[in-house]
Design a protein around this ligand. Structure first.
Ligand code: ZN
Ligand code: ZN
Length: 194
């Protein structure tokens, strides 16, 4: 047995070290998950009759995302904001924000979301080298809301290439079914001006 230990000391030590690293990695991962899920406490969500979309959670922040300057709910001056509504982009506290399938809406716009059928009209690919490629969609969406009160929302779908450590994102603008034709044309024009 001693002979065996002596002959295999190096691989045994390497194996034990690897084991320790793996365990530490696992613990750090679990801790990280606990911390991040604690931050995203679900808020009261109203049941929805028809699940319309199943987009991927918009968790990674993009450079083109609006900077949240207001840290308090627009309805409750002393309640810290926990996120912004996908439609109006205002910030809200946990009581005012509805979390639905990883999408956030204020109560008013959750009703808007639930009352219409939505269609995705863009799927613009951006990469870390071309982060601005989807910017016109965010600007278009904001213009629609601020100038015409037309609701729409942007979802970002991420594809992560693990080998190359490379993230592609797909910027997806969702509009009401009845607006599809009109807004697709308007977006084309908007992009040409951009
Ligand atoms: Zn809203
Ligand atoms: Zn509030």
């Amino acid at each position: 047995m001693n002979q065996f230990l002596q002959n295999n000391l190096v691989p045994i030590v390497v194996f034990l070290l690897l084991l320790i690293f793996l365990l530490m990695g696992g613990m750090i991962f679990i801790l990280f998950r606990l911390l991040t899920t604690a931050k995203n406490e679900p808020t009261a969500s109203t049941p929805l009759e028809k699940p319309v979309l199943r987009p991927v959670a918009d968790k990674v922040l993009l450079a083109e995302k609006p900077v949240v300057e207001n840290y308090y709910c627009i309805h409750h001056k002393d309640a810290p904001s926990v996120g912004s509504c996908l439609i109006c982009e205002e910030v809200f506290c946990a009581d005012c924000l509805v979390d639905h399938e990883s999408m956030h809406f204020c109560k008013e716009h959750f009703r808007t979301y639930a009352n219409y059928k939505w269609k995705q009209i863009t799927d613009v690919r951006t990469t870390p080298d071309t982060p601005e490629d989807g910017l016109f969609i965010y600007n278009f969406k904001r213009d629609l809301w601020l100038n015409k009160s037309i609701p729409s929302f942007v979802m970002t779908h991420y594809k992560i290439n693990i080998e190359n450590d490379y993230i592609e994102s797909f910027i997806q603008l969702n509009v009401r079914e009845d607006d599809v034709e009109k807004l697709t044309l308007e977006l084309e024009k908007y992009k040409a001006l951009d």
